[in-house]
Design a protein around this ligand. Structure first.
Ligand code: WTA
Length: 634
């Protein structure tokens, strides 16, 4: 695939992608292996919504991520696996080995009766087998849904139920820093309340004792023993679903974002190669987890489609010491490193002397994703990790967009700290005001929408197309609404300001306030609650919960607060744990009964100078009481 290598080329390609999107993407798609080519590049309407890329084309994505490279460079390392503990051995899998392991597991899945269209949940730590499981599903046409292994049994059960999964692939346990997590036990708990799962495949990682249910549970190694390393990939339609990934929104339970095969393939490969300027012998490392979209698109699919060497790290940035990331970069001579601002801020807190102990000279490009990067973190990252030499790619995108949307192209787009900068080719962003009017020109701020489809746009939300339409395509008819606010400066550069809905971004993890409130409200003494985000030095945003207790609660308040936090861990997982729980007599409400979150956000941010007009509240007195409870009264 030809790479954009100058600003002039970027401008030219961008213009081409706007003037004639179909021939632009068609040309890029020519670089892939197709069983049958498309008869139409794009068919779309954002009203229904209905979007089809490469209509009627037939392919298998693993043919492009594995077989194609096995032909050209079978011994090239596809995946480097760095274990949680540095004393354990590194694993390097060549393209041939990854292909063979994927085929073996694909054959194994078929012996369990899994076929095209079946849903398979992958609930695994960051081991090579997680990637193999995803690829094997794609190989046989099963739709995978990876659930981050930090989610609770309850969250897992919700996802299994929503997509009616037939199979769960998991591990006995999970090593994360000093902790060992009982993953299989959580699966057993989830399956106690769901009915659709017929089998559980268990990969042995920790060796801890677990219970195996006869006729339902099977060890990974048993499934793949004495099985062929050859597997004929299932021919998929361009628009067959590739995976479902659950993500949080403003309301209700997380929704299953559906990505399809061909468009996702073309777009993730194209953006990976261009944004990181990946060259054939580079070692690339993205520190995300495969449980999130970043892991899907830029640990597994994008890099493998590009024939790259992708590093997977099982552990956490601070174990066994806070120099671990930098140590890994030196150990494996990483050329492109991609992480989240929360990790940068957490490591920045250990001081600048720490990265000085490492060479970091292999680095060419450093990236950021998941949340707005603040100025201090940007400069620290640039100076101490990029050594002033590496461009930063601050990549804005979403689970729903499948791939990066607004981002510098490394070494091509001039960097401007904290700006995601310019749209990638094929991406047509607009800023709109509340009425939907497009804000033209420079120096404007508005809600970020995309007015034309790109190949990896979500197609639906699993089992509920109406929800997809309402969430993304109804607020501003004819456009995809991102939920983010952005500003365009005098140079036309875009800076993402954050969410304008009730989604909070904690350490780069998306959480819906309604989800957390539901978990809190499940506590027997809680009458109601309201959750808001507040600025947090390391996590970007923290979780602040205002809780109203029932009259009958004579329990000690500290105990109740502990129980509420426990409840959230159990319902969602440790990532959703509130940083602060404030027991309040009531919540500020409008006359129509709507909670005035604006006021709660101000109190949580300790910014109570300008609370705005509170006279229209049903219960204005409660505001002062909340301020006092929060310890902010002067
Ligand atoms: C936020 C992660 C600012 C944004 C790939 C978006 C960002 C949400 C950036 C999606 C960035 C992601 N700058 N904000 N570079 N990247 N976001 O679905 O609010 O987990 O809507 O996808 O993260 O989060 P998600």
């Amino acid at each position: 695939m030809k790479r954009i290598s100058s600003l002039h080329q970027y401008c030219h390609q961008y213009q081409k992608s706007i003037d004639d999107p179909e021939s632009f993407w068609e040309q890029i798609a020519e670089d892939f292996n197709w069983h049958q080519k498309w008869n139409r590049v794009l068919d779309w309407d954002f009203q229904t919504p209905q979007i089809k890329w490469f209509e009627n084309a037939k392919l298998n994505i693993t043919d492009n991520a594995l077989d194609k490279h096995v032909e050209k460079h079978p011994d090239k390392v596809a995946i480097i696996w760095e274990p949680n503990h540095p004393d354990e051995s590194v694993i390097k899998l060549s393209y041939r080995e990854l292909h063979d392991e994927t085929c073996r597991f694909a054959n194994g899945l078929e012996t369990l009766g899994i076929t095209k269209g079946d849903r398979v949940i992958i609930y695994m730590p960051m081991v090579v087998q997680a990637a193999i499981a995803m690829l094997a599903c794609a190989r046989i046409g099963a739709i995978h849904s990876v659930v981050f292994a930090g989610f609770s049994a309850h969250s897992l059960a919700d996802r299994i139920d929503n997509c009616q999964a037939k199979l769960v692939i998991t591990s006995d346990g999970n090593f994360r820093g000093e902790k060992t997590i009982e993953v299989k036990k959580l699966v057993d708990q989830a399956l106690a309340s769901t009915k659709s799962v017929q089998h559980v495949v268990v990969f042995k990682r920790t060796g801890q004792p677990i219970s195996m249910k006869t006729s339902r549970d099977i060890w990974w190694e048993d499934l793949v023993s004495n099985i062929s390393t050859k597997h004929q990939p299932t021919i998929m339609d361009a628009e067959d679903p590739l995976f479902i990934l659950y993500t949080s929104g403003s309301t209700g339970k997380p929704k299953g974002v559906v990505h399809t095969t061909a468009g996702y393939m073309v777009y993730t490969a194209y953006t990976f190669i261009n944004v990181f300027q990946y060259q054939q012998n580079d070692i690339y490392w993205c520190s995300a987890d495969v449980g999130w979209i970043t892991g899907h698109s830029y640990i597994v699919y994008g890099p493998l489609l590009a024939g790259a060497t992708t590093l997977m790290f099982e552990g956490v940035p601070t174990f066994p010491h806070p120099g671990r990331f930098w140590e890994i970069i030196d150990k494996h001579h990483v050329n492109q490193f991609y992480t989240a601002p929360t990790a940068i801020r957490a490591l920045q807190a250990y001081g600048s002397d720490l990265p000085k102990k490492y060479s970091l000279e292999s680095l060419k490009v450093i990236g950021s994703v998941g949340e707005p990067i603040n100025k201090e973190a940007w400069h620290w990252y640039h100076k101490h990790i990029g050594r002033g030499r590496c461009p930063i790619v601050d990549t804005w995108w979403q689970t729903e967009t499948g791939g990066m949307m607004i981002s510098p192209i490394a070494g091509v787009t001039p960097n401007k700290p904290t700006f995601a900068s310019l749209p990638l080719p094929g991406v047509q962003p607009v800023l709109v005001d509340k009425t939907g009017k497009i804000l033209e020109g420079m120096n404007v701020k508005g809600n970020l929408c995309i007015q034309f489809p790109w190949p990896s746009i979500l197609r639906t939300t699993w089992g509920d197309h109406q929800r997809c339409k309402e969430t993304y395509f109804s607020m501003y008819p004819g456009m995809y609404f991102t939920g983010d606010e952005a500003k365009r400066d005098h140079d036309g550069y875009l800076r993402i300001l954050g969410r304008v809905d009730d989604v909070i971004n904690v350490s780069g993890h998306r959480l819906g306030t309604a989800e957390i409130e539901n978990a809190i409200n499940a506590h027997k003494n809680v009458t109601e609650s309201a959750v808001v985000g507040f600025p947090h030095q390391i996590k970007g945003e923290g979780i602040y919960a205002y809780v109203v207790l029932g009259d009958d609660s004579s329990m000690d308040h500290d105990t109740i607060i502990d129980e509420i936090i426990q409840e959230v861990r159990l319902f969602i997982g440790p990532i959703a744990k509130p940083d602060k729980v404030l027991l309040v007599p009531d919540l500020p409400k409008t006359r129509s009964g709507k909670i005035m979150r604006r006021i709660l956000r101000k109190v949580a941010s300790q910014d109570i100078q300008q609370l705005g007009d509170i006279s229209t509240l049903l219960n204005p007195d409660v505001v002062q009481e909340i301020i006092e409870k929060a310890g902010l009264a002067s």
